[in-house]
Design a protein around this ligand. Structure first.
Ligand code: IMP
Length: 423
């Protein structure tokens, strides 16, 4: 059956490592949304791999990996990743497939993403500039180009002509930018079309058949719950459904096939880009977390904003995703702090909010009520048993479990596969 892995914060929870770890018991890893904006990091034998589009299970030699219809695929980014993998002795031959109905990100999507975000001025979202949102916009505007269309010369030319006419109009008349030549895009993408042909599949059908045979599928979410287009901190969100429900629409999977939903939560909170962040720390405290946790965006290299664990957010994530369990990452980063805070309620204009408010005004303007616990000094990166963790680290974990009402089943204390503790 299918296990879904989803981020419970603003992305960058460490899903790459968790997926690589869980993939040990899986047959197929299937990415269901997002695009080149995602950055999933996996470290094997001190070598770091950053995946934007290739599912994070690919480092297991026999794993089949699929990119679902809910993903937007930038061929340049995809083949860069494949080339890097192959250079490092990881072959994708016959085990990486792409849904024929996934949409393609083309050069104009990336340009438009960057200029649109600049044009938002003060309302800039701080997008990753990878053309993800603009590709989804074209999909919903019914002028997108699907993988299957991209591969058929005549259809691709016809669709590209229509889409480009509109984009060039915007570039020239509105944004005063250079127009793009259709022939150039056509020629530059030729090599990708050739390579992609043998990777294309009807993924919904494939997954249905494989699950019927008893194969174990791990559905890999990108970003996190609060970047979800519907339930995130709109408009400071990404352009897809990052929540567990997105696995059904993004893979063509029946909800009946999902047997387990796992949330990944960092032991503190981070956010990249703009938008409200109630438990955000400023100054030296933030800098300390950023440095110890190496909190820099895997896709853009931007410094991540850092703050305390927000239990109100994670509690909502547990509910909207229907989490069976949580995996906590980067607990080791908190070693050495004298006191650690957990956000447990928001206060706005005299009202106490124990639940995540969808009203951006409340979420932006609220103060946070914290509960504090004592920290621990020990370096915990070498610990492999729950019982061996410092007492205060266990208290911290158990306090969070009680607040969000979902069990924490695994704790990650470092970037390698081995640095994972089962509780
Ligand atoms: P976009 O997805 O590039 O349109 O960016 C929209 C917002 O989502 C920005 O604040 C980005 O920083 C954020 N974002 C997108 N992808 C990720 C991710 O993988 N991790 C963390 N933040 C992300």
């Amino acid at each position: 059956m299918v296990t879904v892995v989803v981020g419970t914060q603003w992305g960058d929870e460490g899903k790459g490592k968790v997926i690589d770890y869980l993939a040990q018991d899986m047959d197929i890893v299937a990415r269901y949304q997002g695009g080149g904006n995602a950055g999933h990091t996996v470290v094997i034998k001190n070598k770091q791999y950053i995946f934007h589009l290739v599912p994070s299970g690919i480092l297991h030699p026999d794993m089949v990996c699929v990119i679902g219809n809910g993903v937007v695929v930038d061929p340049v980014s995809l083949f860069e990743e494949i080339e890097y993998l192959e250079k490092n002795g990881v072959s994708i031959e016959g085990r990486l497939f792409i849904a024929e109905n996934a949409h393609i990100t083309l050069p104009y999507h990336k340009i438009l993403d960057q200029i649109e975000d600049k044009f938002r001025g003060k309302g800039s979202l701080g997008t990753t500039g990878r053309g993800t949102g603009t590709t989804y916009a074209d999909k919903f505007n019914r002028i997108g180009i699907r993988v299957i269309d991209f591969l058929e010369e005549e259809i691709f030319t016809e669709k590209l002509k229509i889409a480009l006419e509109l984009k060039n109009y915007l570039f020239k008349e509105y944004y005063k930018e250079q127009m793009l030549a259709m022939e150039k895009i056509y020629e530059e993408t030729r090599k990708y079309r050739e390579k992609m042909k043998k990777m294309v599949k009807n993924i919904a059908l494939y997954l249905d058949r494989e699950t019927e045979k008893g194969k174990q599928v791990l559905a890999e979410g990108a970003q996190g719950t609060f970047l979800d287009i519907d339930f995130g901190t709109y408009p400071y969100v990404t352009a897809s459904n990052t929540i567990a429900g997105g696995a059904c629409t993004g893979l063509g999977l029946s909800p009946k096939k999902i047997s387990r939903i796992i949330g990944v939560a960092k032991a503190y909170t981070t956010r990249v880009g703009m938008g409200p962040f109630p438990t955000e720390l400023k100054g030296q405290e933030a800098e300390n977390l950023r440095t110890t946790g190496n909190e820099y965006g895997a896709t853009t290299g931007r410094p991540r904003r850092c703050g305390w664990f927000d239990a109100i957010l994670v509690k909502f994530a547990c509910r909207v995703n229907g989490l069976d369990e949580l995996i906590m990452t980067k607990l080791d980063v908190l070693s050495g702090l004298r006191r650690i805070k957990i956000g447990t309620a928001y206060n706005f204009e005299g009202t106490v909010y124990n639940e995540y408010p969808l009203n951006t005004k409340v979420f932006t303007g609220c103060d946070v009520t914290y509960e504090e616990v004592d920290g621990w000094d020990e370096n915990i990166g070498g610990i492999r048993r729950y019982s061996e963790l410092p007492l205060n680290a266990k208290r911290y974990i158990e306090k969070i479990e009680q607040t969000v009402e979902v069990p924490i089943t695994k704790i990650s204390v470092g970037s390698s596969r081995e640095q994972t503790i089962s509780k």
